[in-house]
Ligand binder design. Structure first.
Ligand code: NAI
Length: 338
């Protein structure tokens, strides 16, 4: 009998439940056996359990080591801490891996983009240490550690070597944050010495944004601290068709949470128009992670066929189909590929 994969599932809120539902249906159509442990998080969870992250959710990830997650809304300028950041810190998911690649048949601002963004996921300004020094003066602390900077650099170089990538750029602002970003660069240089076959370079973050828009092809793999990685990911998503497409994986030594780069998109929630491709591509990363590479290849082929056919695409990429209809088309392509 086929083994079942027990996966923690966090549908999230906003467009989260819609895109998660679409992706779960596609995954189940592969024939791979899944048992989903489903949990609410954020404001929805608080209403039911009086906890933003229920204890059972933590325990489920501890047991299963793998989660598939939809976006969760974070209140702006107050309220509870980001569920996403809390989970990444709790499970030490220090590497946020975000591949930026075109899908066939989809006309975008740039063709043939193939970038890897590796974002440090547990430190920097996201440690959430803010306080009022005196009325009218706030300090927000950026915390960088040698351990954190070294392990993300190791992740980036090891990934590049394993996947035949030729170049790594460390992105920084060490001209201003001489100590924190300076440490990041020192660690990256040190790790880089062990990988002479990979070209290593350093670019300042503001220049990087301009260079990326002028000519994204000059980059291959970019490694950077938390906030820069957050911003650069959205920027690069625009090259290949937008946030509806770009996947992500939060990876640590013990656990992994797969989620799209995008957020809960309240502007389009509940309308059956969100594009589930970003979460689907995150789920493809998950399939590879759990050893289901053949199923991952089949879903990738079905997804590419759906895009190449230019039918049943969602509005964000120029189509007219809804979330569910798009998922149906991918499932049909999967079945035709059997
Ligand atoms: P967002 O990523 O939710 O939306 C930005 C724009 O992209 C919107 O116009 C939205 O309609 C569009 N978009 C996003 N995903 C799409 C999809 N799958 N298909 C079609 N269009 C899509 O960013 P925003 O509005 O800044 O954040 C909304 C909320 O999400 C905030 O509370 C934020 O904190 C949270 N958030 C959560 C994340 C997570 O759970 N990992 C990540 C990023 C933001």
């Amino acid at each position: 009998m086929q083994q079942t994969h027990i996966i923690t599932l966090i549908p999230g809120d906003g467009i989260g439940p819609e895109v998660t539902d679409a992706v779960v249906r596609i995954l189940e159509a592969t024939g791979v056996q899944f048992t989903w442990e489903r949990f609410a998080a954020g404001a929805g969870a608080f209403e039911k359990h009086k906890e933003y992250i229920p204890k059972e959710l933590y325990h489920s990830i501890e047991r299963n080591k793998v989660a598939l997650k939809g976006p969760v809304t974070t209140p702006v300028g107050g309220g509870f801490a980001s569920i996403n950041v809390t989970l990444r810190k709790k499970f030490e998911l220090y590497a946020n891996f975000r591949p930026i690649k075109n899908l066939p048949g989809l006309e975008t601002r740039y063709p043939d983009v193939d970038l890897i963004i590796i974002r440090e996921n547990t430190e920097g300004l996201y440690v959430g240490l803010e306080h009022e020094v005196v009325p009218g003066v706030i300090e927000s602390l950026k915390v960088m550690t040698e351990k954190g900077c070294t392990r993300i650099a190791k992740f980036a170089f090891a990934y590049a070597k394993q996947h035949g990538r030729r170049k790594i750029h460390a992105i920084h602002k060490a001209n201003i944050m001489k100590m924190s970003d300076g440490l990041f660069l020192r660690c990256a240089r040190e790790v880089g010495k062990k990988y002479p076959e990979i070209t290593y370079a350093e670019h300042i973050i503001d220049n990087t944004c301009m260079q990326l828009v002028m000519n994204p092809y000059q980059y291959d793999t970019l490694v950077m601290e938390n906030l820069y990685g957050d911003i650069v990911s959205d920027l690069c998503a625009a090259f290949v068709g937008g946030l509806g497409l770009v996947p992500g994986a939060n990876l640590g030594d013990e656990a992994a949470i797969f989620e799209a780069v995008h957020g809960s998109a309240p502007d389009i929630a509940g309308k059956d128009i969100a594009n589930p491709t970003a979460l689907l591509q995150s789920a493809i990363l998950m399939l590879r992670h759990i050893g289901e590479s053949a199923a991952a290849d089949r879903v990738q082929t079905a997804l590419e066929k759906t895009y190449a056919a230019k039918k049943s695409l969602t509005r964000d990429v120029g189509g007219t189909a809804g979330t569910r209809a798009f998922a149906d088309a991918v499932i049909q392509a999967l079945e035709e590929g059997r």
